[in-house]
Design a protein around this ligand. Structure first.
Ligand code: ADP
Ligand code: ADP
Length: 229
């Protein structure tokens, strides 16, 4: 089953042509890494998938929601797709536990106890069980990013998008974040990951997409061969 489908998608920012004839499908459970130079449209592609940007023409389906259809309930659609950014944007005045449970209680209308139980499991998943009562500024950048991933997962998304999740981190913290992403991938999450981490692309990715100047230049399932050439 396909989770994300781009058909002949174009995206303009005013006169600037940011996405050019994008045709691209992501199946359920697939992990796609996107690479390409700065300014090639990677972030725009992700932002279109979760509705932060509108497409200019073509068709974009996400979990069968038609994003170009004005009747589509975008708030409902957005619950299907989580996004992890370069800067983790945790609430500074809330604890780790509160950061993770806020969405599930406020948006998904879950009970506090259910949300907290699920948050504990997610903290275990990201290896930060002991930090439930810490505040973000008491954590390293890598730890904050792992909390941001847990917070996204708490919303039970059908797909998770990552926009350069390790680019703002000190080198010694990158491995821990990539390991968490690998674990999430192994649990069957559909993931689209913009990254410069070629090791992750090679080891965890099912597919690698290379973008340049708003276009998809290559879309390869033979990830191993891609790196050998
Ligand atoms: P990447 O993620 O590959 O670095 P982006 O998708 O962020 O690329 O940007 C692609 C191009 O679109 C860049 O030239 C950027 O300046 C431009 N761009 C991105 N967002 C906007 C915007 N909101 N308004 C105008 N131009 C934008
Ligand atoms: P990053 O590379 O970390 O994604 P950018 O600095 O490219 O961040 O973009 C930050 C914000 O500015 C984004 O919301 C993007 O859409 C917007 N942006 C990027 N390029 C332009 C541009 N040329 N004109 C207007 N907005 C832009």
């Amino acid at each position: 089953m396909s989770m994300i489908e781009f058909h002949n998608v174009e995206k303009y920012y005013g006169k600037f042509h940011a996405l050019k004839d994008i045709n691209f499908t992501v199946d359920q459970g697939e992990v796609v890494t996107i690479i390409g130079p700065s300014g090639s449209g990677k972030s725009t592609l992700l932002r279109c998938i979760n509705g932060l940007e509108t497409i200019s023409s073509g068709q974009l389906l996400v979990n069968n929601f038609d994003l170009a259809d004005k009747k589509t309930d975008m708030n409902r659609m957005r619950k299907n797709v989580g996004m992890v950014f370069q800067h983790f944007n945790l609430y500074a005045n809330k604890t780790v536990m509160q950061n993770i449970t806020l969405g599930p209680t406020a948006v998904l209308k879950q009970s506090k106890s259910q949300s907290e139980n699920e948050a504990k499991d997610l903290l275990k998943l990201v290896g930060l069980e002991s930090k439930a009562n810490s505040y973000p500024d008491q954590l390293s950048g890598g730890q904050q990013q792992r909390i941001a991933i847990a917070r996204s997962l708490a919303m039970k998304p059908k797909a998770l998008l990552f926009d350069e999740p390790t680019s703002a981190l000190d080198p010694e913290m990158i491995g821990d974040v990539l390991n968490v992403m690998k674990t999430v991938a192994e649990q069957g999450m559909t993931m689209v990951v913009v990254t410069h981490e070629m090791g992750f692309a090679q080891e965890v990715g099912d597919r690698i997409v290379f973008m340049d100047d708003g276009r998809i230049l290559e879309d390869r399932k033979d990830v191993k061969q891609f790196f050998e050439k």
